[in-house]
Design a protein around this ligand. Structure first.
Ligand code: GLC
Length: 525
């Protein structure tokens, strides 16, 4: 399908869409091995339709030795047997479309797996070879080359360089099993184009670009400032970090956009961890990515001023592209836990769900947040995230936010799997949080999401891309969607405040006609 005319409005489906991130390992398991898979997702499409989401983002299900749970890709155009096969993928796409749900997939251009044939060839080839030129192989420093080529550290802890048998070093911004690809290399670029076309030809509706601020590296690979050394985990990178956000990365995004433009209705969203709004905006220029993930809401505490600042920054950073809103994903602590956990965390999470879903633009939900799942405090023996080992057991990593979803029943594995084990242990306390337990309960988190998504989709008050702020008491804010007129008010202060005038559409907790209680938000028209 090549574009011949101007895009029709249906091609812009993503502009106000609600995406649902399926962390494939943890959503639903169809074959009893305790790890989620593509057939598992397909079996739960009815649930996703009922929830009311427009599109899925599937985390990597490609052939991988799973050193970083699939973000180490050995073949980007094959399904890992753990998750199914291409036929299962085709069935999933066809059925999702039949349910009115779009499908987007993750691509990981910054690095490959060490088991990728290219990297195996590079290890076997001599320094200076064409095989090594697809990655970053360099001689070390010091008289015998025993020091890494520069001082860069890995995002997962430890040096960003590992020494190959013949003495050269190779670069990996993540684990040593995720060597960074060299984006100056034409074969690397051509391969990504091939991967994008491969999935588009199979019917996918778009992509999430992993580490979209990575790829390009500065000439000469200069040292990083000392204060950044050893910082681990997902966070925004400042301009002076030479590992990320280099100018040439925009060539990669123009390449991705060109391919997407050949398939009307397809889109790409980038994972962009950069500090400044101005730098962020460059990724979503008209000839680059359609959307960028900003993580301002993830970084904001439950505090009206902080949330308002996060919203304003996100709107500025998005430039002409629709802003995106994320409260949680598979790399960060779940927001129920970030907001204090327990009943307080849930109450605040409910309030923030209505803030997120009132905002103009695109919302990304992370599987399980519609159930109000908290992080799980996993025992040491259960931890699998490479961050835990790489950080020398100082950073417990991201497993706590990746525990499989509870579907039905009163004890683990809550129908996540028919087997008796799950890849991360599920807590018995989740009995009250299953889909089954929440579906018919009008006060549940799941019911709140269903009502909010339904209103967002059908009510005219949600139209229009601009918002204006109202004056509000300390610890509170209120904004209005300029087009449709929806008002969203949030109270993060410790006391009730007067409710703004209007008819109540939905509230995160019971409200009277006159007062907005603490830790509560409301939608009014
Ligand atoms: C991204 C992914 C994360 C992964 C990393 C390396 O940040 O979201 O899960 O570990 O890239 O690919």
């Amino acid at each position: 399908m090549r574009r011949t005319t101007e895009p029709d409005p249906a091609a812009l489906w993503w502009q106000g869409a609600v995406f649902y991130q399926v962390y494939v390992r943890s959503f639903a398991d169809s074959d009893g091995d305790g790890v989620g898979d593509l057939e598992g997702i397909r079996s739960r499409l009815g649930y996703l339709e009922l929830l009311g989401v427009d599109a899925l983002w599937l985390t990597p299900f490609f052939r991988s030795p799973m050193a970083d749970h699939g973000y180490d890709v050995a073949d980007p155009r094959a399904v890992d047997p753990l998750f199914g096969d291409l036929a299962a993928f085709d069935r999933l796409v066809a059925d999702a479309h039949a349910h009115g749900i779009k499908v987007t997939v993750d691509v990981v251009p910054n690095h490959s797996s060490d088991q990728h044939p290219w990297f195996q060839e590079a290890l076997a080839a001599p320094p200076g070879s064409r095989e090594r030129a697809r990655y970053f192989f360099r001689d070390g420093r010091g008289p015998d080359g025993a020091q890494p080529p520069n001082n860069w550290t890995s995002v997962f802890g430890g040096p960003a360089w590992t020494r190959a048998r013949d003495g050269q070093w190779y670069l990996h911004l993540f684990t040593p099993r995720q060597p960074d690809l060299n984006w100056d290399n034409s074969e690397v670029r051509a391969d990504l184009v091939g991967t994008l076309r491969f999935w588009l030809d199979r019917g996918v509706d778009g992509f999430r670009i992993d580490v979209a601020h990575g790829m390009a590296k500065p000439a000469g690979l200069p040292d990083m400032p000392a204060y950044l050394i050893g910082i681990t985990g997902a966070q925004a990178h400042p301009a002076e970090d030479p590992r990320f956000d280099n100018e040439d990365v925009h060539e990669v995004h123009r390449l991705i956009r060109k391919v997407a433009d050949e398939y009307p209705g397809s889109m790409a969203v980038g994972e962009i961890w950069v500090e400044s709004d101005e730098r962020f905006a460059r990724y979503v220029r008209p000839d680059e990515l359609h959307l960028g993930f900003n993580f301002n809401l993830v970084a904001a505490d439950f505090d009206a001023d902080a949330v308002r600042r996060a919203i304003d920054h996100s709107l500025t950073a998005a430039g002409q592209s629709p802003p995106t809103w994320t409260l949680s994903n598979h790399d960060v602590s779940r927001h129920v836990t970030r907001y204090g956990g327990g009943d307080l965390g849930v109450r605040r999470a409910r309030a923030m769900a209505l803030v997120q879903l009132a905002l103009p633009g695109v919302a990304y939900l992370y599987n399980g947040e519609e159930l109000g799942l908290p992080d799980v405090a996993l025992p040491d023996w259960a931890l699998q995230d490479p961050l835990w080992e790489r950080s020398g057991h100082t950073d417990r990593g991201r497993d706590g936010a990746r525990v499989p979803l509870p579907w039905e029943g009163s004890e683990p594995p809550f129908a996540f799997t028919e087997g008796d084990k799950t890849w991360l242990p599920m807590p018995p306390e989740w009995a009250g949080l299953t889909v089954e337990a929440q579906l018919e309960d009008p006060d549940s988190m799941l019911s709140l999401y269903r009502q909010a998504l339904e209103l967002r989709k059908t009510h005219a008050a949600f139209s229009g891309g601009e918002l204006e702020w109202y004056g509000a008491p300390p610890g509170c804010f209120a904004f209005r969607r300029k087009g449709g007129g929806l008002i969203c008010a949030l109270n993060t202060s410790g006391a009730p405040v007067p409710l703004p005038p209007g008819e109540i559409l939905l509230s995160s907790a019971p409200v009277s006609d006159t007062e907005l209680p603490p830790e509560t938000s409301v939608w009014l028209v």
